[in-house]
Design a protein around this ligand. Structure first.
Ligand SMILES: [Zn+2]
Ligand SMILES: [Zn+2]
Length: 306
């Protein structure tokens, strides 16, 4: 494991501490109740921050599945950080070097299959790993570290979350603060379902070499991230919503991809990378010469999105 300077380690550890605090804060609505306006606030915060994590952290900064101006990365990362799930550098360090490069292998940061299995493995991948030495990423990615704004957001990852908590209290007192904590807690677990449930339950239309699954339940909660078997197979794809049925490509609902397309219309994203149907079919277990696809399609698999 990489050794982190004491100051950086302390700044990072604030993350799991705030996870505990927001979980406790999620109990506040039991005492204050939740008005319709507070529920709408909680849902709005959930949607805004989930999209920040999926469209900006995951598909843009981590996997570079499309291009975007720096301002989109910065504002999007600020919003994503307000989810209380750490900054972009920590996220990428874990996601690429801790997860994708070792998926469901002993060095995976948060696999439900190792070092534990069964229900214990689920709990480990859902949150247990955050409270272990696995919490520190194997390394920090050089490209994100080179962006001074992203680096500041990463080191001060807790500021956007605290700011949002203060704004919530300012708008509607303890009731809205409780709605903020509840939204943050639900968001935490729904993102974590990608690590846990989407590596346990669901179908595997593609050969990804690990236990990643396409899980519709997780896909709905996470705006398309639950199509995780496709993602592990085509990590660079801006669209995760693909499956294959009876030899044909099926297009699945993927709100994150639709959001990226919206950004494209607003000239805020470009160069979306999408696998061709040929490449998608070639990635299935049943692929054979009889499917009449060429073997070079996997390497020439980007095309403009439909
Ligand atoms: Zn995964
Ligand atoms: Zn990924």
């Amino acid at each position: 494991m990489k050794q982190y300077p004491r100051t950086l380690a302390l700044l990072y550890i604030i993350g799991p501490v705030l996870v505990i605090f927001t979980h406790l804060g999620a109990l506040i609505p039991l005492f204050t109740g939740l008005s319709l306006s507070a529920i709408i606030w909680a849902v709005f915060l959930y949607m805004m921050r989930m999209m920040g994590i999926t469209a900006i952290y995951h598909r843009l900064i981590i996997h570079k599945s499309y291009q975007a101006p720096a301002i989109v990365k910065w504002v999007g990362s600020f919003i994503a950080a307000s989810a209380g799930q750490m900054g972009p550098n920590w996220w990428k360090g874990h996601h690429i070097h801790g997860h994708h490069n070792n998926s469901d292998q002993p060095d995976d940061s948060h696999s439900p299959h190792t070092p534990f299995t069964g229900f214990k493995g689920f709990l480990w991948s859902q949150f247990g790993w955050l409270f272990s030495s696995h919490f520190f990423p194997p390394l920090l990615p050089a490209d994100v570290e080179a962006d001074p704004v992203l680096k500041i957001i990463d080191r001060l990852h807790f500021v956007p979350l605290i700011l949002l908590g203060v704004i919530s209290y300012w708008i509607g007192g303890m009731e809205f603060f409780g709605a903020f904590c509840l939204s943050t807690t639900v968001l935490f677990h729904c993102v974590a379902f990608v690590n846990s449930l989407a590596h346990i339950f669901g179908d595997q239309p593609f050969v990804s070499g690990d236990n990643s699954r396409n899980n519709w339940f997780v896909a709905i909660l996470t705006f398309g991230e639950g199509w995780h078997n496709l993602h592990h197979t085509f990590q660079w794809s801006a669209r995760h919503g693909f499956s294959v049925k009876e030899g044909k490509v099926v297009y699945l609902i993927d709100p994150t991809y639709q959001f990226i397309r919206l950004l494209e219309k607003l000239k805020l994203s470009s160069d979306l990378r999408i696998p061709s149907e040929t490449a998608i079919l070639q990635a299935t277990p049943g692929f054979s010469k009889s499917t009449q696809v060429t073997t070079d399609a996997l390497s020439s698999s980007t095309m403009l999105s439909k």
